[in-house]
Design a protein around this ligand. Structure first.
Ligand code: AMO
Length: 436
């Protein structure tokens, strides 16, 4: 008999089926044993009665997370016995149970609240919890919708390399790789150079890339390995164009997430984010003035939270753009218009108190870029490969990068970005905790 997925059981009332999955919960009631069986499509109750004595004997041994196949008849549950959700109206009366895999006793009941370290120590188990399944179902939708939106807007996906010859961000600490003859390599801190090079090939390019940051800081928003969705586009007037593309993309992602996971936000004690007709845009100067602060070269995490509260209160927006940071605070490739000096055409997008995206118009003139490198103490010789893109004709261009884990974490208001990472790496963890 072929397997039926739990979600198809309401259409199968009165027929015999075979379901397969994990024992989520077992409950004993007198001579009856109830098993909640979890598969990728949902959880359904099965009941084992003395009318199937062999199945009942097997059911007596079953514990949470054992993997089973159950054959039986699908019945509608009486009105007063209905459970929650779409599958609450049916149950499977077991005729036969086959154990596919046993599970050892669990260290704690799945779904009980444990501290973050304990949760991360046991990810092969805790990723099965409803909370984790929700988070990563939402993240998959974010990725899918982000890609679809960029493709609709004329961007082509490419795959960026992870082994690189230098640190694109200059300042973000890079992991060294000792392997190559006569050269130290690094793990990429950003696909920055490659997406700019791809503008020369496809005008509008995007990539979903792994980035590696050897930051010696343990915070709720930093990972050693993160996932970025980066895009870059040619023929722009200024940074407002990539900002508009980003805004459109974020709007489409939020719409898709809200449509597909409407019930999820309530489970996480939040709601779908609010985006007004236009996401508010403030210069750094305006943002600091709004917070009653003196001019400063950057915002600290408290300022980011403060300005997001303002945007929500005054503009009904969970998102706010900050522009016009001082050029010297931004990466060397950031464009500065002489009339706007000393401010750059870089921008950040803040969402519910956190920077989730950073971008800019870039320098596109070869001579100006070489001069900027020299100003910053970078040796243009070492960037000859990248500089070819500019030597051989590069239009004015710009783009940006969204941190997938940060975006996911703020969508569900998770307190730590690590919870929005299936397998997080930080200073003190690669799967297991690292000893000091
Ligand atoms: P930036 O360094 O701001 O910009 O990175 C872009 C976005 O990536 C995410 N991010 C991180 N997430 C988790 N842990 C980290 N350690 C981490 N570092 C970065 C953030 C951030 O907004 N090349 C530029 C982008 C551009 O100009 O297009 C860059 O790398 O969400």
């Amino acid at each position: 008999m072929p397997r039926t997925l739990n979600r198809d059981l309401p259409k199968a009332v009165g027929t015999s089926v075979k379901i397969a999955g994990w024992v989520d919960v077992r409950r004993d009631h007198g001579k009856l044993i109830f098993l909640d069986i979890r598969d990728r499509s949902g959880i359904v109750q099965t009941v084992v009665t003395p009318k199937a004595p062999e199945a009942l004997e097997i059911a007596k041994d079953l514990r949470s997370e054992w993997v089973v196949e159950i054959e039986g008849e699908v019945k509608a549950r009486p009105e007063n016995m209905k459970g929650e959700g779409d599958l609450g109206g049916v149950e499977v009366v077991a005729a036969k149970i086959v154990v596919l895999s046993r599970a050892q006793e669990l260290p704690f009941e799945l779904g009980t609240e444990v501290n973050l370290d304990t949760h991360l120590d046991h990810l092969p188990l805790t990723l099965r919890s409803k909370r984790s399944r929700d988070i990563f179902a939402l993240q998959a939708t974010v990725l899918d919708a982000y890609r679809a939106s960029l493709m609709r807007q004329g961007f082509k996906e490419f795959v960026a390399p992870t082994l690189v010859g230098g640190d694109a961000e200059g300042g973000a600490a890079a992991f060294r790789v000792e392997y190559f003859k006569d050269q130290v390599a690094f793990l990429a801190t950003s696909p920055q150079f490659y997406k700019q090079i791809m503008v020369g090939s496809s005008e509008r390019a995007f990539t979903v890339a792994k980035i590696f940051r050897a930051e010696k800081s343990a915070t709720t928003r930093h990972l050693s390995e993160a996932t970025c969705i980066d895009f870059e586009m040619g023929f722009i007037e200024n940074e407002r164009e990539p900002m508009r593309v980003l805004e459109e993309t974020i709007r489409e992602v939020v719409q898709k997430v809200a449509a597909e996971h409407s019930d999820m936000f309530a489970r996480f004690g939040t709601s779908a984010p609010q985006i007004p007709a236009e996401i508010p845009v403030l210069t750094l100067k305006e943002a600091l003035a709004t917070l009653g602060k003196k001019e400063a070269p950057d915002m600290d995490p408290e300022d980011e939270r403060g300005i997001c509260e303002w945007a929500k209160r005054e503009r009904g927006s969970d998102f706010v753009f900050i522009t016009r940071y001082p050029t010297k605070k931004r990466a060397f490739y950031t464009y500065e218009d002489p009339e706007e000096a000393p401010y750059s055409r870089g921008f950040d997008l803040l969402f519910r108190g956190l920077e989730i995206n950073s971008g800019a118009q870039r320098m596109h003139d070869y001579d100006a870029l070489v001069a900027r490198m020299q100003e910053r103490g970078l040796d243009p010789e070492k960037f000859q490969y990248y500089l070819q893109a500019f030597k051989y004709g590069m239009p004015p261009h710009g783009g940006c990068s969204t941190g997938l884990e940060r975006f996911t974490a703020r969508l569900l208001e998770l307190p730590n970005v690590k919870e929005a990472t299936a397998f997080p790496r930080d200073m003190s963890r690669i799967d297991a905790r690292l000893t000091e």
